[in-house]
Write a new protein. Sequence first.
Length: 142
Amino acid sequence: MKNKSTSAYLALWMLGLLLFFTACKKDDGPNPGPAGKKDQISKIWKVETVLVNNSPDQTTNYSSYRFEFKKDGTYTFTLGTDSGSGSWEFTSNEQKIVFDKGTAHEALVNVLSLSDSQLEIEFTFTGNGKTGERKVIYKLKS
């Protein structure tokens, strides 16, 4: 019975993640400046590992999960059979990404690390009285 409630929680969590992945477009103006983190993150990322409260999540097969960040501030994602798109932007000196800025679904994601081949992002979900707060880290590779 515990596996069913864990699976149900993860399914709800993934649905919540779908809601977080839309945002406002950042206007870089005519001269966006030198290449930086926006260039590094602008590619297709595959999920390598997912940690929930620092423990590997082994209840879901993430092999088909993909996130694509584009230089124009838009993204697409595929989470199993679910997919979506929207826009994103860096904030806090490129240490965070904001999704859904200015909407009821606004979400702020910590960028734990970013290189040409690795990306780690952390979501914090406030659960109900039973689940409490959950920190979810996606370890992605290009």
